[in-house]
Design a binder for this molecule. Structure first.
Ligand code: SF4
Length: 332
């Protein structure tokens, strides 16, 4: 992570970490969707003790999310986690912090400092803007680790407010050399949260900021992974699975394009190849986009013209469009 490495997509489980089977199942499902790093909440010792078995059941890096209790961090490290999300300043005793840092260093396990707008310390200097407060809070945690000669650090500065988040990341990027984990926190349900996240994360990525991302949604984490890749694909930063081009439909549409596009999208979620598929509603803009795609249809009344790699292949009946599209995609 960091440098020229691709920006990774990560998520967080929503199961009870103590329920090993449910947590492993969710992580495996997310990995199938492309999740590259997974974080789990570790609220108590029972959860920390489940990490070893969870780690054995999965194939992607496991991050333990820990607050306040250094014993949970030590147990997580013993269990073999690949990273910690932990703010050292929240473990008040310097000896306990040093113990965790030593254990992390011995295992070469990185620590992410994660500052959220909602949990800023009350004793920050006066006169700072909110983004500056977030940066200052992060710098305090960073200095604790650096003073212990630890530099396997990642940093996140998340707020619900998009401009605040962007300002905070811009500010800290000029001050530290560490990889940035980016995201908009508590961004809402998938409908609202995907848009807020796309705007915030998209702007940061476009400015060259961000080494890994998480889209935080009040919903199933598979939507977080899906949205993460869509953001990266929109900026041509990663290739992942298929792209669907579909027209918004209008008064020229003579077929149920919405249902067709949704059905094609559902199918494409599991297609693990960087192909472009077009579903277009008429013969005005349809053929141009359909030709530009690897596979495309321009639909008219009761039938559609099928395009493949820029060439018109054949005309198909309305009832056969989805089946024929899938057949051609499979062949491709
Ligand atoms: Fe309308 Fe045709 Fe454009 Fe679709 S492609 S929005 S049907 S003009």
């Amino acid at each position: 992570m960091g440098g020229d490495a691709p920006v990774t997509v990560q998520s967080m489980t929503k199961t009870d970490t103590r329920d090993i089977r449910a947590t492993v199942n969710q992580i495996c499902e997310l990995a199938e969707y492309g999740c590259e790093i997974i974080r789990v909440a570790v609220p108590d010792m029972e959860a920390a003790q489940a990490l070893g078995a969870i780690k054995k059941g999965i194939r992607i890096p496991l991050i333990a999310d820990i607050h306040f209790d250094h014993r949970l961090a030590l147990e997580a490290l013993r269990a073999g986690v690949d990273g910690l999300r932990l703010n050292p300043g929240n473990i008040r005793d310097p000896e306990k912090v040093a113990e965790v840092v030593k254990a992390a260093r011995d295992r070469e396990v990185p620590i992410r400092i994660g500052v959220n707008f909602g949990s800023l310390p009350p004793d920050l200097p006066e006169g700072l803007s909110v983004p500056q407060q977030m940066v200052e809070a992060a710098m305090r945690h960073i200095r604790i680790l650096e003073d212990l000669d630890f530099d396997l650090i990642k940093v996140s500065l998340k707020a619900f407010d998009v401009p605040t988040t962007i300002e905070a990341y811009r500010e800290i990027a000029g001050r530290i050399p560490y990889p940035l984990h980016i995201g908009i926190t508590e961004s809402g349900t998938p409908r609202q949260g995907m848009i807020r996240s796309a705007v915030g994360i998209g702007i940061l990525l476009w400015e060259g900021l961000g080494d890994t991302l998480r889209v935080s949604l009040t919903g199933h984490p598979r939507d977080e992974v899906y949205a993460g890749y869509e953001i990266l694909k929109s900026l041509n930063l990663r290739e992942h699975g298929a792209k669907l081009v579909s027209c918004p439909t209008c008064g020229r549409t003579e077929m149920d394009i919405v249902s067709l596009a949704n059905a094609v999208e559902s199918y494409l979620i599991r297609v693990n190849k960087p192909i472009k598929v077009a579903v277009m509603g008429c013969v005005v803009n349809g053929p141009g986009e359909a030709r530009d795609a690897d596979i495309g249809v321009a639909c008219g009344k009761g039938k559609a013209v099928l395009f493949k790699k820029g060439r018109q292949i054949r005309t198909i009946n309305e009832t056969e469009i989805l089946k024929e599209l899938i057949k051609e995609i499979e062949q491709l």
